[in-house]
Every structure is written in C-alpha cells, then in structure tokens.
Design a protein around this ligand. Structure first.
Ligand SMILES: Nc1nc2c(ncn2[C@@H]2O[C@H](COP(=O)(O)OP(=O)(O)OP(=O)(O)O)[C@@H](O)[C@H]2O)c(=O)[nH]1
Length: 293
C-alpha cells in the first residue's frame, strides 16, 4: 500500500512550498515520492517546483472535482502502472474543495493499493485575519478547507505579530477541533508529523460546490519585455479580487525572464537562468477587465 497525502489550502497559501519540503524530507528518509498536481488555468508553473526524477502527473485547467474525477483516476492509475514510488503527494488547486478532491483516491480501483493518510490544509494566516474582504463563496471555501483538514498549517506566521499568530491559531482550531494545528513559516512541518496522521472518515460535502465560485483564470502572454516599475504600478492598481498571479515576466534589460509570484498583495521575484515561456496566469473574481500594462 502506498501512503497518500492530500494538500489543500487557498490560492497562494503555501501548498507548493509544502510539497517541495516534503519531497525533500521523504527522500532524506529513503522514500520515493510521486506527485499528482492539478492547476487552475492551462499552465503548469508549479510543476517546475518538482525536481527531476520525481514521478509527476498533472491535470491542467481545473480542479480534480470539476474536470471529473475519472481523469484524475486515469492519471493516478498511470502513475501506479508506470512508476516506482512509495508515497503519493497530491496538491489540489487552491479553488478545490478538499473532500470533492478525495473522490479519485477512494475509487474502488485503488482500494488495495492506496492508503489515504489525510488532508493537510495550508492556511495563510494574514488572509485568514482579513477574510472579511473575501467574497462569501470564497470565504466559505476557505473555511471548508480548514474544517476538513486532518492537519492544519497556520502558515506565513512571519508576516504576523505574536498576538495575531495566537488569534489565527485559536480561531482555526475553533473551526476544527479534531485537527492538529501547527504554526509555520514557509510551510515547514516535519514529515514525521504527516506520517502519524490517520485520516478521519470524511462526511458528505455540504457546502457550495466549487463550480459555483466566480473564480476565473486568464493567461496573458507578453509580446515584449516590460519595465519593472510599470509592472509593479500595474500590480498595485489591480482589484483586490485578484488572488493569485504566477508566471514568467520578461523585464527590460534582463537576458532571461523572472519567475514571478503574487499572492494577496505580496509579490515575489526570482531570477531565472534560462528561457521560459513569458506569460502569467491571473486568478481571481471579476477579472474580465484586467489587461497587461
Ligand atoms: N512570507 C511568507 N511567504 C510565504 C510563506 N509560505 C509561502 N510563501 C510565499 O507565498 C507564495 C505562494 O506560495 P506557494 O507555495 O506557491 O502557494 P500555493 O498554495 O502552492 O499557490 P497556488 O498553487 O497558486 O494555490 C510564494 O511566493 C511563496 O514563496 C511564508 O510562510 N511566509
């Protein structure tokens, strides 16, 4: 039996960061992880985060739930048939309801082969404190992701004061008293803590299905390099309902594009050392009017 862990959490909360940490730790423990990811939008930036040699399957353009769990089943079946691995790490899109995403894992096809260990939900502490600014549907998804977790990471603690850290932890625990909760920065959790999980039986899903969310994704290819100041001014002017941007941005004067991440008002630039497809994906509500600078 192969242990399966499901990583849940809102857009930009730190799931890919967790994935990278756990891949590293599992390898150090002599285990071979495989990864199954799905992405909202047709681009697979996050798969760049998975190092070579780790078996990886992706489901682009949607979440496990809304593109049909059959497709996910097929991908997992291929992984099982073609690859040697000890554990499976599944990163769901930030727009997925964690329980709906379980459908594929609990397929009778895998009953003898997969041992589901639990849902690990990464919650962005700052976003939690400011949840009043989210639309009701998005807020309820955020809450569902916490309620169904077996382990909650109260993440991005470095961005909060001690009092805020306490408040977040207390409130998250109040939503789900049966889950363990850990305060983290950059989703740092010992793999041994995940190994100790034994998943609780998941009940019926009561909340609004994700398909009713008004989340949209748009992909913007760059025709030419942009000035960093112009791009940053554009970011500041974006509506608050833009939750997530990722991609590769060509900057004037630089040979290679920069990997770019934006989550909840915070931008991160990382230099790249090779040619990448210069485009970004923007995820949010009411983003029809958004155009590149
Ligand atoms: N300051 C701070 N930044 C963090 C922390 N954890 C992750 N980040 C940053 O937050 C951004 C989003 O992190 P990811 O791990 O890509 O988030 P994700 O949940 O995989 O995002 P999606 O796949 O879009 O849902 C990145 O720029 C990370 O470097 C943290 O604890 N503190």
């Amino acid at each position: 039996m192969k242990d399966v862990y499901l990583f849940s959490g809102f857009l930009g909360s730190g799931k890919t960061t967790l994935l990278k940490n756990i891949i590293q730790q599992a390898k150090e423990a002599g285990l071979k992880p495989a990864v199954f990811m799905n992405e909202l939008g047709q681009m697979n930036f996050d798969s760049d985060a998975v190092e070579d040699g780790v078996p990886l399957k992706e489901l682009l353009d949607g979440c496990i739930c809304c593109t049909g769990s059959e497709k996910s089943e097929a991908q997992i079946q291929t992984l099982l048939a073609e690859e040697e691995f000890d554990l499976l790490l599944i990163e769901t899109t930030g727009a997925a309801h964690p329980v709906e995403a379980l459908d594929a894992i609990f397929s009778p096809l895998f009953a003898e082969r997969l041992n589901f260990k639990g849902i690990i939900t990464v919650a962005d502490g700052k976003r939690w404190l400011d949840r009043g600014q989210l639309s009701p549907q998005i807020r309820s998804l955020f809450i569902e992701q916490i309620r169904h977790a077996d382990l909650i990471l109260a993440n991005k603690m470095d961005l909060l004061s001690e009092a805020e850290q306490g408040k977040v932890t207390f409130e998250l625990q109040g939503l789900n008293s049966s889950a363990s909760i850990l305060q983290t920065t950059h989703s740092k959790v010992p793999f041994s803590m995940l190994e100790k999980l034994t998943a609780s039986k998941k009940g019926a899903v009561e909340s609004a299905p994700v398909s009713k969310l008004n989340l949209n994704t748009r992909v913007f290819p760059f025709a030419k390099p942009v000035k960093r100041e112009d791009f940053e001014a554009w970011l500041r002017a974006l509506p608050e309902t833009v939750y997530r941007i990722k991609g590769y941005v060509p900057l004037e004067g630089d040979k290679y594009p920069h990997a770019f991440q934006y989550a909840y008002g915070m931008a991160q630039w990382l230099p790249e050392y090779m040619k990448m497809n210069t485009q970004i994906v923007v995820i949010g509500e009411g983003i029809e009017g958004v155009e590149l600078p």
